[in-house]
Write a protein that binds this ligand. Sequence first.
Ligand code: ADP
Ligand code: MG
Length: 154
Amino acid sequence: MIIETMHPDDTYRLAMKIAEQAKPGQLYTLNGDLGVGKTVFAQGMAAGLGIAEPVNSPTFTIVQEYRDGRLPLYHFDVYRIEEPEEMDEIGYEDYFFGNGISLVEWAVQIPELIPENAISVTIEKDPEKGFDYRKITIEGLESYDFLKELGEEE
Ligand code: ADP
Ligand code: MG
């Protein structure tokens, strides 16, 4: 499924919709260059889970937990990970294979740790289409029915 957005609010609302349908134990990877909108997407997902706490990039902690929503949210930013052992140290398996929603910014950094059944979200810019244009590719959701009016299936 490919969805194009023209404004950060559209990306935020798309993520909200996805989070409203999210099921316990799901892991979402969020990939794309710096400044593309991964954290905007994470903030939208948090809102869709009913999390009121402010969500920012967990730059210094690798993972930030939010427990005041419909499901727990585990927000990872693994940009600075150099060795998979750093993930072991924080006990990543308890999050990835737990009953909350894991959201992993920069999952491309740790491909060997990402489960097969992860849902993949990739955000890309296209300078020819404007500063706020983003192409968002979503793969691995069980059903895209609830997103059909927003984008096209590949
Ligand atoms: P990342 O986490 O990928 O490094 P951020 O989410 O922190 O990126 O920042 C994305 C920036 O891009 C924000 O300043 C946001 O306002 C801006 N932006 C512009 N257009 C969009 C869009 N269509 N979707 C998401 N963010 C957008
Ligand atoms: Mg970020």
